[in-house]
Design a protein around this ligand. Sequence first.
Ligand code: G3P
Ligand code: CA
Ligand code: CA
Length: 249
Amino acid sequence: MFKTKFAARSCKEIRDKYHVYDDGLYYLISSRGVLYQTFCDMTTAGGGWTLVARVHENNMYGKCTVGDRWSSQQGSDPNRPDGEGTWANTITFGTAEAATSDDYKVFFFITFMVLHELEHWTTASILRYHTENHFLTSHGGNLHGPAIPIVYDTGNVISTNYQYGPNSRGTFIKSVNYSVILLHKASSLIKPTGCHTEHFCIGGGGHFPEAAPKQCGDFTSFDWNGYGTNTEWSASREITEASVLLFYR
Ligand code: G3P
Ligand code: CA
Ligand code: CA
């Protein structure tokens, strides 16, 4: 039988029960009794964060092609506007070891510390923020719900705004520290006030009629006015190429 050093359901439990404070890979036991390995961030904002997912647009020019695991790998199909509903389904993929280079999901629902980073686990984060209001519990344990206030560990509301195109900035709230929001199975880090969420939400649907298949992919339409140009509706190259790591505590 496989022996683990710690018997725990989460990184928080490892921290609290065994007084372990080092970042790294640990074995955990899922609610169904399955042993799996994941990364624990034991330092940010008190530590105890369990990595549950990583989203990365592996090929912005591939519009719902292989690798668009959070939207649709089956193409932009008008008969399947929701894509593969990957935020909502129970399919898991990837490994914790590979989670800085490949998409990863251990659970079907998630968050509340988010890192947007370039390569390594913690050293290259552009933005890092977490929630403190236990919204998973208060909103029924899923990611649909109102905007959630966030606390920045790295970056701030201003640096976040400038990652997105000037036109996109006109469609979200820029003045306060919200929000991880999870709207229609997609996630954004700012609070939209209107349409055109495709320029900053991640892992949304599959088929969008406008200019199809241009808005089909994990970082749906970050490149509407060119890849990484940060003009009109296009996001910055930095945020376009970042990985989004999702943790819970
Ligand atoms: O999301 C932007 C799109 O709906 C409108 O683009 O090129 O008409 O400004 P455009
Ligand atoms: Ca893609
Ligand atoms: Ca649009």
